[in-house]
Write a protein that binds this ligand. Sequence first.
Ligand SMILES: [Zn+2]
Length: 172
Amino acid sequence: MAFYILKIPPKEVEELARRIEEVQKFIKPCSLCNNFSTEEICSLCASPKREKDVICVVEEPKDILAIEKTGQYDGLYYCLLGSISPMEGIDGEDLNIHKLVKRVASGEIKEIIISTDPDNDGELTAQFLIQKLSVYKVKIYRLAIGIPLGTQIEYIDSATLGKALMDRKPVS
Ligand SMILES: [Zn+2]
């Protein structure tokens, strides 16, 4: 960061400092889902157009942006602000899931879609969530691991292709 700041003109440094200050002052986690927000409750949680009994669980606010870009989802989100990471000494008990568990336990949520990253830490996090939430009356889904569109089978890595085969779905 120091190298970057040394390279840019002083005027831009002032602008950067102002923006950092703004982020710190005005952006806070949504009190319901932990998404970035300028209000107590973010625009997604507050929207009357969203399905209120479906929650997609993601690791970071940027994952919410990615899913919103698909235009395929109109439920709510819950952002963990991290994942289980044995390398960094973060286990399930350190995860920020209390507000999520409380909502599921209250019976207001019918469906949970676990959308943590398809890597080691994301899988551990998904397993932990399944264990914590399956005691309640809620349907739990894991985001499907698919083969990328517009590609050819021969170029897909074998881990992804193997998972796609395991998760095959009936078409007739
Ligand atoms: Zn929210």
